[in-house]
Design a protein around this ligand. Sequence first.
Ligand code: C5P
Length: 230
Amino acid sequence: MRKNKIFIACDTSNLSEIKKILKQIQTNKLEIIPKFGLQFFYSKKGRKFLESFKKDFWLDLKINDIPQTALSAIDSIKDLKRCRYITVHVNGGLEMLKMIKKKTKSINKNLKVLGVTILTSLNNKSLKEIGYTKSVEQLVLKQAGLIKKSGCDGIVCSAQEANIVKKKYKKLFIVTPGIRLPGDNANDQLRVMTPNDAFRNKVSGIVMGRSLVRGNIKKNIQRLVNHLNK
Ligand code: C5P
C-alpha cells in the first residue's frame, strides 16, 4: 500500500453536501480519498450513491458483532466495487477479524480491512469508566498484535500511539483520525495531533473531517497544503 495518504471524512447524510465536498477535493494540490461514515451509508440516497460511485473510497462502518453477522455485513456490501477500505472493531475478537479478512479476500481483492482500536474520542479516564484496566497505549499495542495475527491490513488508532505501534509492527498500515490543523477546535476528539506531527510519527495515512469540512473547504485544503509544506 502506498504511504502517506490523506482521507477526508465526509460526515454528513446530505447528498448535496457530499457532492460539494467531493467537488472541492478535486484539486491537483493533494490527492484526497473520501471516507464515508454511518450517517451517509444508512441514508437511502447514500447507499444508492455509493453503488455507482466511480472513485476509490473508504467505508467506515466500524463493524462490531459476532463473526457470522459481521461476515454477512461484508457480504451485503459486495456490490460497492470501488470500496477500498472497510473498518471493523478489534473488540469483535480475533476470530471475527480473521473471518472478515478471509471473506473480503474472496469478494474483492482490493478491499483492505482496517482494525479500529481505541476510538480517538476516548482517553485513559474514559477507558476506566468503561471498565478497562489497561492504558490506551497498552490496549492499542495489544490490539495491533491481534490485527497482525488476523492478517488484516491496517490499524486505526490515534497519531499519539503511532510511534509505539510502528516500532513493534513495522509493516502495519497505520491510519489516524483525531487530526487537527494548528489552532482548530478538537471538538469531541480527546487524542489529537496536527498532520505534520502525525506524519513525523510515521503514520501511513491521516483522516481529517472537521478541520477540512467546516467552513470554506477550498481554503481549508490550502491551509493543509501550507501546513504540510512547513
Ligand atoms: O471531524 P474529525 O476529523 O474529528 O472526524 C474524524 C473522523 O474519523 C470521523 O468520521 C470519525 O467517525 C472517524 N474516526 C474517529 N476515530 C476512530 C475511527 C474513526 O474519529 N478511532
